[in-house]
Ligand binder design. Structure first.
Ligand code: FES
Ligand SMILES: [Fe+2]
Length: 354
């Protein structure tokens, strides 16, 4: 039987936006875990994130103006800097000594890494953190790609909770039924038995590196002996690293809860093939086709879930979904008990037909 949906985990970095979606001197309003967040890119190119509510009278700061340095509220012109402190209140007369700098809208730790903007969502009860990055865990990074931005970055909003969206990432048996196209797996329903080896990985697990089937031509672009390794980590990350003897490619999928029943699924593709830039539009198109297929099936699923049915997770097809729940539970319990997280996943082999 499936557990009921759990709230999204706090104290994690969440992918908020692809960096190239936020030009210099611009802002972008979003919600992360239900919090209104204003993403800003200063005139200097740096990014920061403010709580998108004016502490004066509550209007979202996103209705105001941004001069590339400070955000000005549209209602009475209070101004806020990158660290979330108020810098000016226009109505004050020279003899009124209100401590302007002690007023804060709040700022979230925010970093741009490998072309993606990440925001750290701390515990709700805790005071909003300063934008300082001290003591925070590192932002998830793809090894072997330096600080390169993704070749392709797409995102779609799924009308479901984050767990439901995350399951799609770790569900190895839906592809034959959902991801069918004339150009991909024509005979998708000819199922073959699969056997994959798994091991624990930091805050998750990993499908051990294995060879990709040589009949899949597109992988030949990376050279000979192409292998892949797929890892999954809390709070909802999937990282696939594909390597040949000449080049490598990677896919990052990040699940970002916007609210209780709205989830952004981000997908970023990286590759080291220097001549493959013209393939970007095609890769973007295909990535969107895949993600749309996942989104549509979730939409249909919501029609059933509205009736609150009891659900099942079966072995071994859904074993990874079970791990995901167990990891979440263990992570929360460890935090509650003030002890280190103990990864409950043990090395094992899973079998299914897909
Ligand atoms: S509500 Fe923002 S300045 Fe008054
Ligand atoms: Fe899928």
């Amino acid at each position: 039987m499936l557990d009921s949906v759990q709230p999204p985990l706090r104290n994690f970095w969440y992918l908020a936006l692809a960096g190239r979606e936020l030009p210099r001197g611009k802002t972008r309003a979003t919600t992360l875990l239900g919090d209104p967040v204003l993403l800003c890119r200063g005139a200097d190119g740096g990014v920061f994130a403010l709580r998108d509510i004016c502490p004066h009278r509550g209007i979202p700061l996103s209705h105001g103006k941004f001069d590339g340095r400070e955000v000005e509220c549209c209602y009475h012109g209070w101004r806020f800097g990158a660290d979330g402190h108020c810098t000016a209140i226009p109505s004050l007369t020279p003899d009124q000594d209100l401590a302007v700098e002690r007023i804060r809208c709040g700022a979230y730790p925010c970093r741009e890494v490998q072309g993606n903007i990440w925001v750290y969502m701390a515990e709700k009860a805790a005071r909003l953190p300063q934008s300082s990055l001290e003591g925070l865990p590192p932002v998830p990074e793809l090894p072997g790609f330096g600080d390169a931005a993704p070749q392709v970055a797409i995102a779609q909003v799924f009308d479901c909770d984050a767990d439901t969206a995350a399951f799609g990432l770790m569900d190895p048996t839906h592809a034959a039924f959902v991801h069918t196209s004339w150009w991909w797996k024509k005979n998708a329903r000819k199922l073959r038995q699969k056997e994959k080896h798994f091991e624990p990985a930091p805050l998750g697990w990993r499908m051990k590196r294995h060879a990709l089937p040589p009949q899949n031509r597109v992988y030949h672009l990376l050279g000979k002996g192409v292998t892949t390794e797929i890892s999954y980590a809390l709070p909802g990350l999937r990282i696939e690293l594909i390597e040949g003897d000449r080049h490598r490619a990677a896919g990052l999928t990040a699940i970002t809860p916007l609210g209780d029943s709205r989830t952004m699924v981000h997908q970023a593709l990286y590759w080291t093939l220097p001549w493959a830039a013209p393939l970007r539009p095609l890769a973007r198109y295909l990535a969107n086709v895949f993600l749309t297929q996942d989104r549509r099936v979730v939409d249909m699923q919501q029609q059933g879930l509205a009736h609150n049915p009891s659900l099942m997770l079966i072995d071994d097809a859904d074993t990874q979904a079970k791990w995901f729940y167990r990891l979440k539970r263990e992570w929360l319990r460890a935090a509650e008990e003030g002890r280190p997280f103990e990864n409950p996943v043990k090395p094992c082999t899973l079998r299914w037909r897909s």
